[in-house]
Design a protein around this ligand. Structure first.
Ligand SMILES: [Zn+2]
Length: 73
């Protein structure tokens, strides 16, 4: 279990350490991302096809100690 969650926002998939309700962040909820920005979470099938935010990806990898991630769900 990683201390962060992936969340689509602003056209990219970001990671956040904000507490996530079961079922995911509600659409429009404000989250603070690992790339140190605040944005509103979005939902939907297409949102998960967006590219991963490079800054969030790098930070997420750092947080898990360099373990290669095979899935972002
Ligand atoms: Zn990000």
């Amino acid at each position: 279990m990683h201390p962060f969650h992936w969340v689509p926002a602003l056209g990219e998939r970001h990671a956040s350490t904000d507490p996530r309700p079961s079922g995911g962040y509600p659409a429009g909820s404000t989250i603070t991302t690992l790339c140190d920005r605040q944005m509103n979470a979005e939902v939907g099938e297409m949102a998960w096809l967006w590219t991963t935010c490079p800054a969030c990806n790098a930070e997420a990898h750092r947080m898990v100690g360099g373990v290669r991630q095979t899935a972002y769900a």
